[in-house]
Design a protein around this ligand. Sequence first.
Ligand code: SF4
Ligand code: SF4
Length: 415
Amino acid sequence: MPKKVHHVVRRTGTTLESPVVEIPVAEDIAGVPGIPQIEKDVAFYSREYPLESQNVEKAADREWSWSVYTPEVYEYRELHEKANAPFVAAAATTGEIEPTAEPVDRDITEDIRRKAYELGFGDVGFTRYDRRYTFQSKKRWVKFPGAICVALEQDYAQTQSLPSLEAEFAHFGTYETENEQCLALADFIRSLGYHAQVHSPNDNSSPFLPMFVAAGMGQLGANGQLLSPHFGSRARLAIITTDGPMTYDEPVDYGVHKFCQECLVCADRCPARAITRDKVWYRGVEKNKLIYDRCRPVMSTYEGCAVCMKACPIQRYGMKPVMEHYVETGEVLGKRTHNLEGFELREKGYFGPGELPSFDRSLFDFPKGTKDEWLFAEFKDKVEDGNGATPEETAAFVKELRAILDKGISTIGDE
Ligand code: SF4
Ligand code: SF4
């Protein structure tokens, strides 16, 4: 039985020439624009428990990941890091660069939008840079008040092969292109007479997703990813901040928040059972929560995993067909089909609807926290073992700790 349409969202296409996309939102999944949140709680958590980058907080497992890659993934990741590092390093100092012209002294929103599409971005939005989400280690780094949110789609066909090395080419290759495009867009903003700071997707200043939602570029899916009206979660996100005058966008209700509870395909298909089926209130926001310690080892071991991206109907078929199908039938397009839900995991085989792999418990026993926290936890275990640490172990521990302290904590990397 067809459902009543509550409202229709009209969104600019993925190029300046593309037609506007119209997405119907059924009455039973209409909610609030953006995401349900309690402002005073978001402010409280941001003040009392500021966020920190995974590059810092989870440094131990980021380093450990390299030890479980296949030789092919290892080799490709090394090549990627080498190719990407200069862009990430260049982005880090963009806030210091002075404009190259006198300010044009007018609203520059449309100039930036046009340039972003010209450079190849598939969507662009404008909002206030929300400092409540800034990572503690980046608080002094962030300079300007206006945020330009840019999304770059990764290859469709490669993405459907997740999890695979082929899909990792799409994932990391898109970051390389995006970093370069962001630097070019920042140059353009400086030529209009304003500052521009590039927040690389590989050295985030904050989680970018809340700002993309605030700019109306999609909503948060149960899989923890931005579901864009154009490419679902198949996009890589970056931000450029500026002091130039811009007109900010508004959040939009695409119906995603409630639709996800009708769908839950990502939660059903996650090999690690890492996505909660029920929404919880977390740091003032209502969402399905990803359990990091379950996801991480599977993601690292199995070519980036991302079954939660592959099996999302909005990624696979597009938001418009999925929402139209829901209005017409009340059903989730592709749910319980092999086409949507099937995936293959290296050495484990193929898993169709209703089937999931099992893993040895030892897979989930991996280094946690910062590098020195993990090293200390290991040492403590040895001391508490009853036998105590041997002089050799103590010497090795001191040596390793000294190396970590001398080296400092790596703040650059990407996932
Ligand atoms: S990446 Fe894989 S393990 Fe992690 S949440 Fe997605 S489907 Fe689950
Ligand atoms: S798979 Fe379904 S529940 Fe998960 S993010 Fe996509 S639409 Fe939402």
